[in-house]
Ligand binder design. Sequence first.
Ligand SMILES: Cc1cc2nc3c(=O)[nH]c(=O)nc-3n(C[C@H](O)[C@H](O)[C@H](O)COP(=O)(O)OP(=O)(O)OC[C@H]3O[C@@H](n4cnc5c(N)ncnc54)[C@H](O)[C@@H]3O)c2cc1C
Length: 463
Amino acid sequence: MHSHQICIIGTGPAGSAIALKLKQLGFDVLLIGQDEFSRNFKVESLTPGVFTLLDTIGVKMDSFAAQIIRPDQVFQKWEDKTVHPDNLSALLVDRSKFDKHIFLAASNLGIKVLQPAKVVFLQEVDRTWEIRLIYKGKHEKIKAEFLVDASGRKSVLKGTKKRAAAHTLAICGSWKNTGLPKSSMMLESTMDHWLWGGTLPTEIFNATVFLDPDIDLVGGGNVLMNYYTSALEKAKLFNFCQRGEPVGKISTFDVTPYYYEKPAGHNFIKVGEANFGLDPLSSQGIQSAIVNAIQGAIVVNTILSDRRNSMDALEFYKQRQQEIFVNHLEMVSKSYQEARHWKDHLFWRKRTRIGPAPIGGWERKASLEVQSEMVQFSDQSRIAPTTCIINDQVIRRMGLLHPGLKRPIVFWDNREIDSILDNIKGIYSISDLIGKWSEKISETSSLKLFDRLREAKVIISAN
Ligand SMILES: Cc1cc2nc3c(=O)[nH]c(=O)nc-3n(C[C@H](O)[C@H](O)[C@H](O)COP(=O)(O)OP(=O)(O)OC[C@H]3O[C@@H](n4cnc5c(N)ncnc54)[C@H](O)[C@@H]3O)c2cc1C
């Protein structure tokens, strides 16, 4: 039985990204994936930040540039009128080709790869992982010291999964000969669901209906197909699909947002959708999966470099997972609220309600006004040890903590925050406080720091 230091299961964006980063950090990595990147044509929308992130881990996009499509036409009927926003930064890609590009960048670094290989059983024996898989039609068994679960929503490593928003089901289908202009994107809200569609410069149009599975979907045979076609027919923008013909079968996905209660332990880590799933309305799934994979590599590096730092690394990872969630829920709730004319309907009411934040808070609003105003740090502010990343390791440093800050502040303008703030007791005029900080960092940076702390209610009026 072959033994490996780190075994990564899954060759989606998260699996390939963490494999790359861990290899760069000098680890012996085995990457296992069942995907042959030949899945049915599937368009997804990416934020431009994805490409910047990939660049930071050495994935060159030059040879892929021609495959990244800025849609020629965008049709959006989210509020009551159809608009053609020309300032959208969304980019369209064929997911199979995109995933393959990152996977090849990883395998070209000399990472060991088993593909196509499906993991069928996992167990931990004497602090070592035993992994059984089917590779080239044969059963094999391997061992690993550390396991990375990057296997997506179905996640090979089970644990407590917490639902974070209303149940949502996606029904996806493809259409041809619709007469739709090439490379276009569509978004529409209707009373009971929302729809997204996109096409690359091919004649296939992907259309997805997002609905609440709690509605009555009972019935025989083609109940989902009937629901799907009727949702397209009733929609103002998507009813043109009926002019064309369906290609292949529809597929369904549970896209309810969730996160795992324990995202990592001393000998395992969950990354990407094996760790948390976001609402597809944000189009942030892939970007967040890659961010999370890079953070995950730093956590693994910290644990395996010196086990005494494991607890700090695990705490850091849990905080980052929750931070992504808080930001995400806040953002999608705002987007659902923008469909104002449906605000009284159940589907929309369920999605504009934000539950209690896993950590941190959402309240924000304030700005720098009168510099003579007297202010103080709120009683909830503390300077205390917290975790941060320095040189690809999770390290404990003094940071500024407050419930209004989504993340403790450890550095500001490349200086440790406790050396800037010095003392957080006492009452100061705003100009005195900024003057004091400006001895250590620039005045502009002091003003930005003040504004940030005021917004988060770390600094409050003393009047
Ligand atoms: C309908 C829908 C629309 C979406 N639209 C967007 C969008 O427009 N923009 C966006 O950014 N995100 C979107 N997302 C989310 C996005 O697809 C995910 O965020 C992304 O795929 C997560 O990447 P990942 O690497 O974590 O997981 P995946 O991409 O799911 O990769 C997991 C990999 O693990 C492999 N695997 C699983 N089990 C095993 C096993 N037992 N053995 C071996 N290999 C295994 C799988 O084959 C797969 O290759 C959408 C999701 C859905 C469902």
